[in-house]
Ligand binder design. Structure first.
Ligand code: BTN
Length: 348
């Protein structure tokens, strides 16, 4: 391990505590001058390492910085099994989903004919891509997802389960539950879900999820899914008016909390990967309990059949396939998949 990496590891392990240059030098078996050089190169890449009066160094835990090392550190706290995953962090990118897709298109199949992970599969299954801002963030149904610097966090995970993906909507639904769990655990926020992919708090949208499939043309299977999650951390005063009208943020939901975006991103990625291994029946039950549109009257906007007009219906259930079960005004009951409709109005 390079001195720089070892120093970072030691500072991260002892975050918010001063470590003397001498102790660092001893631990790394190098001179104090080498420690000084390593600290400076870490500062150059953005780590806010502060010097203390007694010649020590300290990495404050308010350090709102993204790096693979920090992400691993936070994963290690609750999601150890994913701390060895492939992780890439970006200060700016067009879209983490687009980037993840590009990685998959350049890779070979992720699973072999026996369903076992290939070398590329081992690399990309459970991988994470995290960005501080996106220049071309994408939302559902071809919409733009505004992703400015400093006020949000944008992440995608890739999963390639054995046997492929047969119920893509449940991935979005499970991820929504994962986000709600993290918001509760880290910030004591009781967020709610608007089917299928929006997370709300205090009547404002604070998070959106876009799940995209990656097909293997030879087998015809959806081999992998890219689950993209964008979350508003702080209020952004420069949002376009139509976005500002509905957008909220974590900080506005609980102004007391101190948010470390890298910790948040690591927890969201970790919880999303973890929840996908849980029993889907139990997860969908949790999804339903977090959903605020059951029992409400909504306006359904068909997106596949353009000739079909918007209609009113009452939500009576969300089933195990993450379909919305609604009763129309003529009392007929229909199951709606998220690819078919969007909800025009839901009383929040
Ligand atoms: C929506 O609200 O319609 C879904 C928004 C999904 C945004 C996330 S941010 C990370 C990932 N990259 C993207 O371009 N989109 C998703």
């Amino acid at each position: 391990m390079k001195t720089k990496d070892k120093v970072l590891e030691l500072l991260l392990k002892n975050q918010n505590t001063s470590i003397s240059g001498e102790a660092l030098a001893k631990e790394c078996s190098v001179s104090r001058a080498a420690i000084w050089k390593a600290v400076n190169s870490l500062r150059e890449i953005g780590y806010d390492i502060q010097g203390t009066t007694n010649g020590g160094y300290i990495l404050p835990d308010s350090c709102d910085l993204f790096s693979e090392e920090l992400t691993k550190k936070y994963l290690n706290e609750h999601f150890q099994e994913f701390s060895t995953s492939h992780i890439e962090c970006f200060s700016q990118i067009d879209s983490t989903n687009t980037y993840a897709k590009k990685m998959l298109s350049e890779a070979s199949s992720l699973r072999d004919e026996n369903g076992e992970l290939t070398e590329d599969g081992k690399k990309y299954h459970n991988s994470m891509f995290i960005a501080e801002s996106q220049t071309n963030g994408r939302g559902r149904l071809g919409r733009t997802f505004v992703s400015p610097q400093k006020t949000g966090v944008y992440q995608s995970v890739i999963v390639a389960p054995k046997g492929g993906i047969s119920q893509p909507a449940t991935l979005t639904a499970s991820s929504a539950v994962a986000v709600c769990r993290v918001l509760k655990h880290l910030y004591n926020i009781d967020a709610k879900i608007k089917w299928i992919n929006d997370i709300f708090c205090n009547g404002k949208k604070i998070c959106g999820i876009l799940t995209e499939g990656f097909a293997n043309f030879e087998t015809g299977m959806i081999e992998a899914a890219i689950i993209g999650i964008g979350i508003n951390v702080r209020k952004n005063d420069s949002l376009p008016p139509e976005v500002a009208k509905i957008a909220g943020s974590i900080e506005e939901c609980n102004p007391e909390v101190k948010i470390n975006r890298c910790e948040l991103a690591a927890n969201i990625c970790g919880e999303t990967l973890k929840i996908l291994q849980e029993d889907i029946t139990a997860v969908m039950k949790e999804y339903k309990s977090l959903s605020f549109i059951i029992g409400k009257e909504i306006t359904v906007h068909p997106v596949i059949n353009n000739n079909e007009k918007d209609y009113k219906a009452t939500v009576i259930d969300i089933n195990e396939k993450a379909e919305l079960v609604v009763q129309k005004t003529d009392n007929s009951i229909v199951n709606l998949s998220s690819g078919e409709v969007s909800l025009r109005s839901a009383l929040i």
